[in-house]
Design a protein around this ligand. Structure first.
Ligand SMILES: CC(C)(COP(=O)(O)OP(=O)(O)OC[C@H]1O[C@@H](n2cnc3c(N)ncnc32)[C@H](O)[C@@H]1OP(=O)(O)O)[C@@H](O)C(=O)NCCC(=O)NCCS
Length: 148
């Protein structure tokens, strides 16, 4: 399962991503606003990749590696799939050197398209902390409908 964008490709995590995932995710700017813990060790990356593929097989979650020339640069996922109400939540992060280049918005749009068209979801929730201005700008660009 591959989702191709103009510059990036989203694909399931592979064993060869372990080292890069451990390097890029081990960063306080990532852990601050995500569920990714810091420190993030190679062991954590290995466990995550194993469970992410299991979750895709079970259709429980859809975690994709964001790749550039087949090199992982971040992650984007549909999580908390609610099969009864056909809903999910969107999550994303990029390794620090890859931010502010439009890769996250490209990844988010690809996954939203996958969620709505392929998985036939009715609703995909996206949220961020008040102080997370980078994520807030991205959400604005997605034209998400605000809910209070
Ligand atoms: C949130 C996060 C993914 C946003 O990443 P990002 O790279 O800023 O997001 P985008 O892909 O939307 O890129 C937008 C920026 O790229 C710039 N850009 C440069 N080239 C571009 C191109 N070809 N196309 C589009 N945008 C481009 C845009 O001008 C924009 O800059 P601006 O924010 O100064 O206006 C990133 O900050 C991150 O990983 N944060 C830590 C984890 C996190 O907070 N995750 C979200 C939890 S809710």
């Amino acid at each position: 399962m591959e989702l191709k964008g103009k510059r990036i490709v989203l694909r399931p995590y592979l064993k060869k991503d372990e080292r890069r995932l451990a390097e890029l995710a081990n960063d306080k700017t990532v852990s601050r606003f995500t569920r990714i813990p810091c420190p993030y060790k190679l062991k954590d990356a290995k466990n995550f990749i194993k469970s992410s593929n299991y979750n895709i097989r079970k259709k429980e979650e859809y975690p994709f590696a964001i790749t550039l020339n087949d090199e992982m640069i971040g992650g984007v996922s549909l999580i908390r799939l609610d099969k009864r109400d056909n809903r999910a939540e969107l999550g994303y992060w990029l390794g620090k050197p890859y931010r502010r280049k439009g890769y996250a918005i490209e990844a988010a749009k690809l996954v939203l398209d996958f969620g709505f068209r392929k998985l036939k979801l009715n609703k995909i929730l996206v949220s961020c902390a008040k102080q997370n201005n980078d994520s807030k700008r991205l959400i604005d660009k997605l034209h998400a409908k605000e809910e209070v």
